[in-house]
Design a protein around this ligand. Structure first.
Ligand code: CAO
Length: 338
């Protein structure tokens, strides 16, 4: 059952990502479609700005980057926004960000934020603040899966596709999303009657570490693809992300995201949900651990899974079931066929 939540009175990005400032700050261009270049449309989308509300200053009433910036600044300076930011009992009552002259304490270097980092900072902050998220931890025994993966990779060492752990995890997640459809949804709180939008498709995003910052390419219809194809597509998309060649379309439409830091390390972490998705799976490094089998400790390869889920959509029992199911599938991938 969707739970209605109190949204601050201040202009804030909504669950759907649209920036909805009060009417006073919003010069709507009545009856006309905003005139803007594709890059300005992309910029407005990233910030959640409705372009029809932005006053255009460019030639032929074209919306410029400065117009979008001015709009956002104006919206943040409305009395409602200031009131919420400064503490009225209705907002977050946050202290202003500390303004510190660090040179008082020693030498510093000022490094500008990359474009990706600026954009992801805005999205991550919104998602962190607006989603009541809880992280659930589970261990998956991937001893047999890793042995199988190594065997297949050894067999096709010359020229074949290298199967990655990530590709198997995507496969298992697709299967779990079919069994637990609420995890493949988005919450619509803007409608008169709040509802869940259940998706009949299964596009999976995965976090890719790039020199410019975090990017999330999306594998379309991952549920219809085999592990080898998923491994190939992950490799291609991750390479494109690192080369800065991902198109906007290749980063859109994900139903669920996987953030795997397993190749780097980690024993567990709490990933931030990539709104409007309702859950994200964090994957850390496999380690050999002693597992009690009822009569003796056995060395088993354990993969830590950390599922962060939106508590408005899925409660703890459902999240734990989902996580446990993914772990069961990874322990015996034959179950994906069931
Ligand atoms: N445990 C142990 N080893 C693992 C592992 C795990 N869970 N996952 C991968 N590895 C190993 C792989 O087996 C590989 O070793 P071999 O070459 O010997 O087989 C090695 O780590 C490197 O793997 P990889 O990183 O090239 O490939 P991947 O499929 O694991 O990951 C990608 C691809 C794109 C997810 C990864 O490159 C990446 O960018 N990870 C970081 C994601 C990130 O930043 N997340 C945080 C976002 S904020 O929430």
């Amino acid at each position: 059952m969707p739970i209605a939540i109190a949204v601050p009175a201040a202009p804030a990005p909504s669950a759907s990502g649209d920036f909805a400032p009060p009417a006073a700050a919003a010069p709507r261009i009545s009856g006309s479609k905003a005139h803007a270049s594709p890059s300005m449309r992309a910029y407005a989308r990233e910030l959640g700005v409705d372009l029809t509300r932005v006053a255009a200053s460019g030639p032929k009433n074209r919306v410029m980057r400065e117009d979008i910036n001015a709009f956002v600044k104006g919206a943040l300076q409305t009395p409602a926004a200031v009131q919420a930011a400064t503490g009225s009992g209705t907002g977050l009552d946050l202290l202003p960000w500390p303004k510190i002259d660090f040179t008082k304490f020693g030498d510093i270097e000022r490094k500008p934020l990359s474009r990706i980092r600026k954009l992801s900072a805005a999205n991550l902050s919104r998602n962190w603040v607006m989603i009541p998220a809880v992280t659930y931890h589970e261990d998956a025994d991937v001893t047999d899966l890793e042995a199988f993966r190594q065997q297949i990779n050894a067999e096709q060492a010359r020229g074949g596709t290298k199967l990655t752990m990530l590709a198997f995890i995507i496969k298992a997640v697709c299967s779990a999303l079919k069994k637990f459809p609420d995890f493949n949804s988005s919450i619509d709180l803007q409608a008169e009657e709040p509802a869940l939008i259940l998706k009949q498709y299964c596009h999976i995003g995965f976090a890719a570490d790039t020199p410019g910052g975090l990017m999330v390419p999306v594998i379309r219809d991952a549920d219809r693809k085999g592990v080898a194809q998923l491994a190939v597509e992950c490799g291609e998309l991750a390479a494109k992300a690192r080369d800065g060649k991902l198109s906007a379309a290749e980063m859109q439409g994900a139903c669920f995201t996987i953030s795997s830091v397993g190749g780097l390390g980690g024993t567990g972490f709490a990933p931030i949900i990539n709104a409007p998705e309702v859950a994200i799976l964090g994957v850390s490094r496999t380690t050999m651990k002693p597992v009690w089998d009822g009569s003796a400790f056995q060395p088993r390869l354990i993969l830590p899974l950390s599922l962060t889920a939106d508590h408005r959509v899925v409660d703890g029992a459902a999240a734990t079931r989902f996580n446990a199911h993914v772990a069961t599938l990874l322990a015996d991938m034959r179950r994906v066929l069931m």
